[in-house]
Design a protein around this ligand. Structure first.
Ligand SMILES: CSC[C@H]1O[C@H](OP(=O)(O)O)[C@H](O)[C@@H]1O
Ligand SMILES: Nc1ncnc2[nH]cnc12
Length: 248
């Protein structure tokens, strides 16, 4: 086992390891991961870090090699994954800067391979998509306010939603929206890995409040303003994760 814990960084989070870290260039039956996976120390634990879009953000959300990423992390021995991400808020009280720890997901993606089981009868239980131990570690270690629970809608992208789509998701009860939460979560579950999404609201999605619709620049700007808060939350959570836990 090279690393038990992984952090998959999203938009605006392209590094985390303290010091230099050791890059691992891995190949998998599903192709190569988004980037070399860097293994090193975070809060005293050995952590594998992988930016899902690549360090230069070359993979848009619908082209991320999700299967290769998850497979490669498991090859390193990873059992627990923290998955920070930028999201739009679908409720007026979920404004920019709000942390949300989702407990449910609605998959609205359309073009991605969402399983490792291409043949035979494998139907994975997924009623509770996120790891209870990972969620507990986030909540127990947080210094900041976090909304405990909420449904994340994952859209295909790369375009943002129309106002009508956004209002419809909100009316269905969803509270946040992004483009990468699936199939990452189900692929982790299929491999028996504990997976915890940690969402930072960067914008009010179109239609939630009056005004201009969200732009990519706004997402990057607000995430940049909050990167240190997100890193601090991830570091504290890494330190609090149980040893060698998995959801298998
Ligand atoms: C940069 S705007 C949209 C982009 O941001 C989010 O990325 P991530 O989930 O990796 O933090 C969203 O899902 C889109 O990929
Ligand atoms: N409003 C939004 N919709 C989809 N993905 C996002 N990522 C950040 N903000 C988003």
């Amino acid at each position: 086992m090279i690393a038990d814990i992984a952090v998959i960084g999203g938009s605006g989070l392209y590094s985390l390891i303290e010091g230099e870290g050791a890059p691992h260039d891995l190949d998998t039956p599903y192709g190569t991961p988004s980037d070399p996976i860097v293994v090193g120390k975070v809060a005293g634990r050995t952590v594998a870090f992988l930016p899902r879009h690549g360090t230069d953000h070359r993979y848009p959300p619908h082209k991320i090699p999700y299967r290769a990423n998850l497979w490669a992390l498991r090859e390193l021995g990873v059992r627990q994954i923290l998955a920070p991400c930028a999201v739009g808020g679908l409720r007026p009280d979920h404004g920019p800067g709000t942390f949300v720890l989702p407990d449910q997901v609605v998959d609205r993606t359309t073009s991605r391979v969402g399983t490792f089981f291409d043949e035979g009868a494998h139907h994975t239980s997924f009623g509770d998509p996120y790891c209870p131990a990972g969620r507990r570690a986030v909540l127990d270690s947080a210094e900041v306010d976090i909304v405990d629970g909420g449904t994340m809608v994952v859209i295909e992208g790369p375009r943002f939603s129309t106002r009508a789509e956004s209002q419809w998701y909100a009316a269905q009860g969803a509270s946040i929206i992004n483009m990468t939460g699936m199939p990452e979560a189900i692929l982790a579950r299929e491999l028996g890995l504990c997976y915890t999404s940690i969402a930072l609201v960067t914008d009010h999605d179109a239609g939630v409040v009056a005004g201009e619709a969200v732009t990519m620049e706004e997402v990057f700007r607000v995430f940049a303003e909050n990167t240190e808060r997100m890193k601090s939350l991830v570091l504290r959570t890494v330190a609090a994760l149980p040893p060698e836990h998995s959801c298998a």
